[in-house]
Design a protein around this ligand. Structure first.
Ligand SMILES: [Zn+2]
Length: 496
């Protein structure tokens, strides 16, 4: 009997909500780089008698995310206390939502493995608070040689939305697509910065493998799922799942069984290792939090949030394909962040042709941003100026070589378009005289081709084009195609 092994993947993603203050107290959410234990108060330290107050902005952002995911949003859901003891959790419980989440039954479309859009169900979205952070001696130079661990509670109480997907994801590539689509959505909605390397989006994956009969499709074995933790980039999500599916499959092929467990992804070694098995699973003793009332989500609040939603990324992508005739791949690159999509549209609105503007933004602009490690907000060339530069190309007023030189001056020297063009000359310092000299030397060097053109043996104009190409080369790409054609036409006329 031949067997097939099918992966089943569901993702749980913690998204840090972009609020100024924590979920239940006025402390700042700024925990990266802040002096340890400076953004803390009796509430987030869990001191006796301190009472939490729900941050309305966090609820609003969670509702925005839920709307972007087409979830059903519920009024009056409650918070639970999830009990466990760990040194980064001073209250010995985390405030989360248990059996009644703020929102559920949503969906997100991704580009599926078959090439067409695929629906991934959203099981639930709920609000919870983050835990603090432990700093182990080796992680901090000042603590070298020390054998202690230190607790920093600056992150404790920071608001998170936990978004759980249905097990609809069929491959590591689809998992990566899903994380990327969710990140794009939360950025569009202003819900989170979505930075995975800063921990603003943390991905856990549940993965199992189903073994079935290749001929009949009958399911022979359904492996228990493993939960994979510590994947800090899109690439590591994909690699960890590839490794884990291979591992589970190999176990089944060799007659072994799979048990429910939590595994840790080691990015350096490219393997997952077991952290704890089912037997060690915790009983959290979830209880309703008596200090917090139900979350109010009124009809008016929903209407107000709905009317403030921006154009969704997939809507913008479809519009770019429809209005600007861009390919799906190019449109997807340009709508990756709202700021990049805005940059492109401002470039087009200032007169650039949509296709050429797309090429310039995707290649020249993104290259500069990559080299400098900055976002589009810090691009040294304003979109309106890039639009004008691209229209110089559109109208044949500059060659590609010269346009790139002008762009280079704007980037490297911070010149305006006008200053850079003056410095270069629209024709890159190439005078009419230089162009005529170049044309003459090409014609002199190719008497056979010239004779064929003059003898009427260039019916399709291919030889004329060949000559123009040589002239362009002679000017090292500085002349525009139009100017070259003009000068050749004049020479040929003069010879008749
Ligand atoms: Zn606090």
């Amino acid at each position: 009997m031949r067997h097939v092994y099918t992966p089943v993947i569901g993702l749980e993603i913690h998204v840090q909500l972009a609020t100024e203050s924590k979920l239940f107290c006025p402390c700042s959410t700024d925990y990266i780089g802040a002096e340890p234990n400076t953004n803390v108060c009796p509430v987030c330290l869990g001191l006796p008698g301190a009472l939490p107050t729900l941050n309305a902005r966090a609820v609003e952002l969670a509702v925005r995310a839920a709307m972007g995911l087409s979830c059903e949003i519920h009024d009056g859901t409650i918070f639970h206390r999830k009990h466990y003891f760990y040194a980064d959790l001073p209250k010995a419980y985390q405030v989360s939502q248990y059996d009644r989440p703020l929102a559920d039954r949503g969906e997100l479309y991704i580009s599926g493995d078959g090439g067409s859009p695929k629906r991934i169900g959203i099981t639930r979205l709920h609000l919870e608070e983050d835990a603090g952070k432990l700093v182990h001696s080796a992680a901090d130079g000042r603590l070298e040689g020390a054998r202690e661990s230190y607790a920093d509670f600056n992150r404790g109480g920071v608001p998170l939305a936990e978004i759980v997907s249905d097990p609809d994801i069929g491959s590591p590539r689809e998992a990566r697509e899903y994380v990327s689509a969710l990140r794009r959505l939360v950025r569009y909605l202003g819900v989170s910065d979505g930075d995975m390397d800063r921990g603003s989006m943390r991905v856990d994956a549940n993965v199992s493998v189903v073994k079935s009969n290749a001929d009949t499709g009958e399911i022979l074995y359904r492996g228990d799922r493993a939960e994979i933790k510590n994947m800090n980039s899109l690439r590591s999500v994909e690699r960890a799942l590839e490794y884990e599916i291979r591992r589970q499959r190999a176990t089944l092929e060799s007659g072994g069984t799979l048990e429910r467990e939590t595994r840790h992804w080691n990015d350096g070694e490219g393997v997952t290792t077991s952290m704890r098995s089912k037997e060690a699973a915790l009983d959290y003793r979830c209880l309703p939090d008596p200090d917090l009332g139900p979350i109010e989500v009124s009809r008016e609040m929903l209407d107000a949030i709905r009317s403030s939603l921006p154009e969704m990324p997939w809507e913008r992508e479809a519009r770019f394909i429809g209005d600007y005739s861009l390919s799906e791949v190019d449109a997807a690159v340009l709508v990756e962040t709202p700021a990049l999509a805005d940059y492109y549209e401002r470039c087009v609105r200032s007169g650039a042709s949509p296709l050429r503007a797309s090429n310039w933004v995707r290649t020249e602009v993104l290259r500069v941003l990559n080299e400098r490690g900055v976002g589009i907000e810090e691009c040294p060339v304003r979109p309106e100026e890039l639009g004008l530069l691209v229209s110089m190309l559109d109208e044949g007023r500059a060659s590609t070589t010269v346009a790139k030189e002008i762009f280079g001056l704007m980037v490297d020297r911070g010149l305006s378009l006008q200053e850079a063009t003056d410095r270069c000359g629209a024709h890159g310092g190439l005078s009419q005289e230089d162009l005529e000299l170049a044309a003459k030397s090409v014609l002199d060097a190719n008497p056979d081709v010239l004779a064929e053109i003059m003898g009427g043996r260039d019916l399709k104009g291919k030889k004329r084009k060949f000559i123009c190409g040589l002239v362009m080369k002679e000017t090292r790409g500085r002349a525009t195609p139009g100017a070259v054609e003009d000068v050749i036409a004049r020479f040929l006329e003069g010879m008749e």
